[in-house]
Design a protein around this ligand. Structure first.
Ligand code: SER
Length: 339
């Protein structure tokens, strides 16, 4: 008998840290963790096995299929929006071909098991693309099917992989004579900017939020790379993990769509700055907008409509803006850097 496990790619990333800690503490399933980087030592006790490797390595993925019964895949590995612009074709390979490899692995697993493997996929506000600031400022809360013209390679990759997930769930092998049950069970969340007290993101464009906070807590000066009036939706990591687990657990018949927005609060960069400065009064934070990164953020929504997630699977964040900073980010970051 192969062992029943959950597979997490991008295990060493920001969401991976939060998710592995949570699943490991629950202990219901063995966690198989995959990442190109070595796994953070702190996560080792929570995983049954860590594999250092690339999602483009199909031999490696093939060996995983042979060895384990994978019940669910959390495919978190990705090259984020800013980094992807420096090498768009490499980003495409990792973000799209890598996802395709994991989708194929899941299809194969579903066929072996005779039941659809759940495929949890974090997409992003980067899947949206508003043409100009006037549209961004007047669009209000954006629904899942509007403004889908991303301007970044990362955003294009995320949006296309959402389509791939839909294809593998509803249309895979549509011409085959032996039409079996659903191939996989793809479930996707479009995340806003995420902020964790434990980790700092690498290569994203919403990074000015978490970077401001983590720099201030370490008494390091920071220049924010967007204008003070820039507004983006954000959410703290415990809520991001909660949303993934809630969507995973939701009864399939309740899910009216495959992709859901979630969000919590939408501060301007200036409001973010003011909150951080209040918590760390000595902090030195300036604004030095980087034209190209500003351009990207200007195409992302100021707010998203997450009413479908609320309706279909009872989504609601635990942390609004005040709670996020007062009860999670500031105390946890203080403690982290005091160590
Ligand atoms: N936080 C991501 C980025 O900035 C968006 O999903 O790239």
């Amino acid at each position: 008998m192969r062992k029943e496990v959950v597979l997490i790619t991008g295990a060493n990333g920001e969401i991976g840290h939060g998710l592995i800690t949570h699943l490991g503490e629950q202990g219901n399933f063995g966690v198989i963790a995959l990442d190109v980087q070595p796994l953070d030592e702190a996560l080792r006790p929570y995983v049954e096995k860590f594999i250092q490797g690339d999602i483009l390595d199909t031999m490696l993925l093939g060996r995983l299929v042979a060895e384990y019964e994978i019940r669910a895949v959390y495919h978190l590995a990705s090259i984020l929006s800013t980094k992807a612009e420096y090498n768009p074709e490499t980003a495409h390979r990792v973000n799209v071909e890598g996802t395709l490899n994991l989708l194929r692995l899941s299809v194969e697993q579903s066929q072996w098991q005779g039941r659809p493997v759940k495929f949890l996929y974090p997409s992003s506000i980067a899947a949206y693309g508003l043409p100009d600031l006037a549209s961004k400022n007047s669009a209000g809360k954006i629904k899942e099917h509007n403004w889908l013209e991303p301007t970044t390679m990362y955003g294009c990759n995320k949006l296309y992989c959402e389509h791939l997930g839909r294809y593998y769930t509803r249309h895979y092998r549509q011409l085959a004579a032996d039409q079996g049950p659903t191939a996989i069970d793809f479930r996707c969340i479009r995340f806003p900017g995420l902020i964790s007290a434990m980790t700092v993101p690498t290569g994203g464009t919403s990074d000015y939020g978490p970077e401001m906070l983590h720099h201030a807590a370490q008494s390091l000066p920071y220049d924010c790379f967007v204008r003070p009036d820039t507004r983006l939706p954000f959410m703290v990591m415990p809520d991001a993990i909660k949303s993934l687990l809630m969507l995973e657990a939701a009864p399939k018949e309740n899910l009216k769509q495959l992709t859901y927005n979630v969000t919590s609060f939408s501060p301007t960069a200036l409001e973010f700055h003011d909150i951080v400065l209040k918590a760390f009064p000595g902090a030195v934070i300036g604004f030095k907008p980087h034209a190209a990164r500003q351009g990207i953020v200007d195409t992302w929504p100021a707010d998203v409509d997450d009413s479908a997630a609320r309706r279909d699977w009872g989504w609601q964040p635990d942390y609004d803006q005040v709670r996020s900073f007062d009860e999670y980010l500031i105390p946890a970051i203080r403690e982290r850097y005091a160590e």
